[in-house]
Design a binder for this molecule. Structure first.
Ligand code: ADP
Length: 370
């Protein structure tokens, strides 16, 4: 077990090409599952490979338990990796695959048997120990790969898109299984994924990257409740957050939201904050599940038409067009199934306390310190 610390780490593959990772400062705590999340090409794998010793750093240092490792070869870093495509030996049995890292490192027979039996029991595979792995399902194979990773109690496990090849149900089972094993062994882990559901389900904290730059690192609930900037706000949450331009109103303590043809009171605390920051141009964020959709008009409600309804079983997503603002749409999500239909007129209420306020120029959340 160890902390993993990236200190001002940068990576450039070839001279003259853009940096893949830019000045990354990030600590993965002992026993923590930290997810690296972001769109394709944002530098997640490059970061993981540098931790693994599979890619050199261009600048900076990586420390395991406070000790610099960037000059240590991969084999000396006491790391296990779990990849998307299991990488098992098809002609070995389940037990032999799990035993493999112990046998190549010359552990005694007695220790090997004890450790392998323990991991087989943890995975509920004791009765299948002698089966060859080639005819097992993808999910079963990945469980064995995870067993192989934990069997020698490495300092760090690196998971590289471990669930990408699996179907929906297997994914859910394996997410839970990985979390259980990771927590019961208390092994520091870094998970690379482009799937926010996976990161949210499994990670203690998520580091969001974009274009090689770390955007925010926080527990999943914090990313949802207080995204650091517009990119994170848009990336976390499904359907994504509604974002629309706004500006500080001439009416004190209010903001003008042209898309809603509305002036919304923001309260004293926010008025003081906006005055202190001297911000004028804003982007307002509102999660689809926080928009209130009603059939009767209320004080200050906004008229809209349902353009599209997507029933999703326990919830309905509605695409709403604001009346007289053709083309401007919002997405609302309601507990479902609802009785709404495309073409219905509805009334929207915007709960001001649920609004996220971003600076339109910097794109930063104006209330990140809250
Ligand atoms: P992610 O894992 O988030 O998809 P990567 O770390 O794989 O992102 O890639 C980050 C950037 O580095 C991308 O622009 C990618 O094209 C580039 N890159 C990754 N690996 C190499 C490589 N071996 N040689 C050159 N460029 C690379």
């Amino acid at each position: 077990m160890a902390t993993v610390e990236f200190q001002s780490v940068s990576k450039r593959y070839q001279p003259g090409t853009p940096m893949a990772v830019i000045d990354l400062n990030l600590v993965c705590q002992e026993g923590e599952m930290l997810a690296l999340l972001g769109p394709s090409g944002c530098g997640k794998s490059s970061t993981l490979k540098m931790a693994a010793g599979l890619e050199e750093l261009t600048e900076g240092e990586i420390l395991f338990g406070g000790v610099p490792v960037s000059r240590l070869p991969a084999g000396q870093r006491n790391i296990a990796m779990v990849f998307e495509d299991y990488c098992l030996y098809p002609n070995l049995t389940i037990a032999e695959n799990i035993d493999f890292p112990l046998s190549v490192r010359g552990y005694s027979k007695a220790v090997r048997k004890e450790r392998v039996d323990e991991v087989l029991a943890m995975l509920g595979l004791t009765d299948m120990a002698d089966r060859k792995v080639h005819d097992l399902s993808g999910g079963a194979q990945q469980r064995i790969a995870i067993g192989r990773a934990v069997v020698r109690d490495p300092a760090l496990i690196l998971f590289d898109e471990p669930l990408s090849h699996l179907d929906g149900e297997q994914k859910i089972h394996l997410r839970a299984e990985i979390s259980r094993l990771q927590k019961s062994r208390g092994v520091t882990s870094i998970l690379v994924t482009h799937d926010q559901t996976e990161a949210t389900a499994m990670a203690d904290r998520i580091a969001i990257m974009r274009g090689g730059v770390l955007q925010q690192v926080a527990p999943p609930s914090r990313l949802y409740e207080r995204p650091a900037n517009i990119f994170v706000a848009n990336f976390i949450g499904e359907p994504p957050m509604n974002l629309f331009p706004a500006s500080v109103s001439a009416v004190v303590g209010h903001i003008d939201v042209p898309i809603l043809a509305a002036t919304i009171a923001v309260g004293d605390e926010r008025r003081r904050m906006l005055e202190a920051r001297q911000t004028r141009d804003l982007v307002v964020g509102l999660r689809p599940e926080h928009l209130i959709v009603e059939t009767v008009s209320a004080d200050r409600s906004v008229n809209a038409i349902i353009r599209y309804r997507e029933p999703r079983g326990d919830a309905d997503s509605l695409v709403l067009e604001i009346l007289n603002r053709s083309g401007d749409t919002l997405v609302a999500e309601l507990p479902g199934p609802t009785l709404f239909r495309a073409g219905d007129g509805v009334h929207l209420r915007i709960p001001a306390e649920r609004m996220h306020l971003f600076d339109a120029d910097t794109e930063f959340n104006l209330e990140l310190d809250k």
